[in-house]
Design a binder for this molecule. Structure first.
Ligand code: DGJ
Length: 326
């Protein structure tokens, strides 16, 4: 019995979950466990920071199924508590968010005027593959949800697949989305309540890109995107502009290091700024595993600036302290 207890204790001590829970380092591509030792299931996601807490929203995936949107919370970006399902699939088979459809790339922003948390995501209707190409919107009074599904639409009539949300310094919010079968990347300004798009909707470029992730530094916007190769990785590109509505200039591939040409086998999903630290951003990507989507891995890497331009260089392990010195 004593031997069994010692064995159990050492398994717990050296299992991936306990390493993840004691470390202050990011280990891109390794399995990442929540504070209960369960694999974090939050793919194609995005973060929201409010009042000292980070919330991580992402796709809940089964082996392949899309099972709603999860939300995790953390004070330090390392240790994540599963806060449950932020937006559940509807049990009503006639619902737009019924089982059999897709909810991808969820992003959540807070609207200080309405005091609501607003979620946008890429919605595909049950049984229709990727044909619907719509933006879905849901709302909650709390960051942890549960969110109430409101509606879906094609922004100003445009197809809408991969997407991100961006809140600028003046509080206005934008939806950046792949349109026209992913040939176009577009941006639409959101209404004041963040629940709809306005007609301020413009083409950014037509380079067949998806997986947009944005950051702003010294008044310039930097946009990282991927190519369109399904779940397979491809080369990232970086664009810069002085205005969200363009003109956007292509700067090239911001990835550096082994396998940089395939974005380290990953695909961008979000860029998180670290509050209180100047020019400290984390590049967040998914390393998809189409054979078992729930076991797709997360690549979190520090962004550094070379000649003012963002560079994402591969590192096996890193910490906020080591990467960002101010
Ligand atoms: C690439 C997109 O970026 C993902 O979100 C997902 O839609 C896959 N394509 C599906 O093949």
């Amino acid at each position: 019995m004593k031997k069994l207890l010692i064995l159990l204790a050492s398994i717990t001590l050296f299992s991936g979950s306990s390493v993840a829970q004691t470390t202050r380092e990011f280990t891109p591509g390794e399995r990442w466990y929540d504070e209960k030792g369960e694999l974090i299931n939050a793919h194609g996601g995005g973060l929201l920071y409010t009042k000292g807490t980070y919330y991580w929203y992402g796709e809940i995936r089964g082996t392949s199924a899309s099972e709603g949107v999860s939300v995790y919370s953390s004070k330090d970006l390392h240790h994540w508590k599963n806060q449950g399902v932020a937006l559940a699939k509807s049990k009503d088979p006639s619902s737009e968010i019924a089982v059999g459809g897709l909810m991808e790339r969820p992003k959540v922003i807070y609207n200080p005027k309405t005091k609501k948390y607003v979620m946008w995501f890429h919605l595909e209707l049950p049984g229709k593959g990727y044909d619907a190409a719509r933006a879905g919107v849901a709302i909650s009074d709390k960051a942890t949800g549960p969110f109430t599904y409101l509606k879906s639409f094609r922004p100003n009539g445009h197809m809408s697949r991969d997407m991100t949300l961006y809140v600028d310094d003046d509080g206005s919010a934008y939806h950046v989305y792949s349109a026209r079968d992913n040939y176009d990347l577009r941006i639409a300004k959101l209404s004041d309540d963040f629940l709809s798009v306005t007609t301020q909707d413009s083409l950014l470029f037509s380079n067949h890109r998806e997986a947009p992730a944005l950051l702003k530094k010294d008044g310039k916007y930097y946009l990282i995107t991927s190519g369109c190769t399904g779940w397979k990785p491809n080369q990232a590109s970086l664009h810069v502009s002085e205005s969200l509505f363009g003109p956007w200039k292509l700067l090239g591939d911001p990835m550096k290091g082994p396998n940089a040409k395939l974005t380290f086998d990953g695909q961008s999903t979000y860029i998180q700024a670290i509050p209180g630290k100047k020019d400290a951003f984390i590049f967040i990507a998914d390393r998809w595993n189409p054979k078992d989507l729930k076991d797709s891995r997360y690549l979190w890497l520090p962004i550094r600036f070379e000649g003012g331009q963002p560079v994402v260089e591969w590192v096996d392990r890193w910490s906020i302290k080591s990467a960002f010195h101010n």
